[in-house]
Design a protein. Structure first.
Length: 355
């Protein structure tokens, strides 16, 4: 899958645990395992989609990769540089290489700053441009994301949600980063403009050679933009595969259930899709079950699932899964009853389509 490209991001055994304190002395009595032993790579110029239900650790993983948190354990390499144990002072020099587009375009913009000031702030902090050159750079970035230069002195409240997200994207591009984490960048936007923002991200990727980690719960949009997709459940990656392989032949029971929930625009295909309804609730990340995290809800659970955590390993070329169904001792064929019935889905997403 690398096609000769080098690995820009290398994450190994990443853990991000948040302490739980209690008692009179406020001692630690446990931990929320938001990200628990996650491993993946992202190649230059590709988009890795990260999907999963709310609370599975997607956003925490993205923030941890950029070291917005001090991680609990693991290794993170960005362009060959180990940043997992760096101090925030040391990381400051590397911030131009890695940026983030946040989920809520209103909350992440300072309401007391103009658009020009917001986009210019990274240039002031990390760049050496003069005032005139800095303003010209701001205008270039506004042009790149489709904002009118005449709006440079307006404040965020004067813009729509889609325009605010474009401001956030322009700010992320200001320092010519190599790697951008897009944390659900379309979740807070109207459906009518979601496709516009995704198409903008693709256009900018082609123009500037960007590498994305695209976090979302919108499976249709992830299929449109991602080259490979990682599926998270309760802090772990349960399956990682090329886009087409994951959507047409999911190997993990949770991925099968997730894909079966994607609505089909074609009524004839929709009528043939077999929905997989998972019973029960997601366990607490502060007290995950013994063995496989998915064993309490899995429709194909076995005795070993309650005892041993499955190894995350490569089953097919480029296709990784953590499931005892695919252990070497288990048969690799699946009966017709195991199939989700999901058919291949349209590739292109038109602007304004209900994704």
């Amino acid at each position: 899958m690398s096609g000769g490209r080098k690995k820009l991001v290398e994450v190994r055994n990443l853990k991000m645990h948040f302490p739980i304190v209690g008692g009179l002395l406020r001692r630690q009595v446990g931990a929320v395992k938001a990200v628990d032993d996650v491993t993946f790579d992202i190649y230059e110029g590709e988009t890795l989609g990260v999907v999963g239900e709310s609370g599975c650790g997607k956003s925490t993983c993205g923030r941890a990769v950029l070291r917005l948190y001090d991680i609990t354990a693991g290794s993170i390499k960005i362009d060959g540089t180990e940043i997992g144990k760096m101090s925030q002072t040391q990381l400051r020099k590397l911030r131009p290489t890695m940026q983030m587009v946040f989920q809520d375009p209103q909350a992440c913009l300072n309401p007391r700053m103009t658009v020009a000031a917001i986009i210019a702030e990274p240039l002031e902090e990390h760049g050496k441009l003069s005032g005139k050159d800095r303003l010209n750079r701001v205008y270039e970035l506004m042009d790149a994301v489709g904002l009118n230069r005449n709006f440079a002195n307006r404040y965020p409240h004067a813009f729509s949600g889609g325009q605010r997200q474009r401001i956030g994207i322009a700010r992320a591009l200001a320092l010519n980063p190599k790697f951008i984490v897009c944390d659900e960048p379309i979740a807070a936007l109207d459906v009518s403009i979601q496709a516009q923002v995704v198409n903008l991200l693709e256009e900018l990727q082609d123009r500037f050679g960007l590498t994305y980690m695209f976090i979302s719960h919108d499976l249709s949009m992830v299929k449109h933009i991602a080259d490979r997709v990682a599926v998270m459940y309760l802090g772990k990656i349960v399956e990682l595969a090329p886009r087409e392989a994951l959507y047409t032949n999911p190997l993990h029971p949770y991925t099968e259930a997730l894909m079966s929930a994607v609505p089909e625009p074609d009524p004839a295909i929709e009528a043939r899709v077999q929905r997989i309804i998972l019973k029960g609730d997601v366990p607490s990340p502060a007290n995950p079950p013994k063995g496989c995290n998915f064993c309490t809800r899995c429709p194909k659970v076995m005795d070993i699932c309650h005892k041993i955590d499955p190894e995350f390993r490569e089953i097919e070329p480029g296709h990784f899964v953590a499931c005892h169904l695919h252990d070497a001792t288990m048969p690799k064929t699946r009966t017709s009853a195991d199939q989700t019935g999901a058919a291949p889905r349209p590739e292109h997403i038109q602007q304004g389509e209900n994704a």
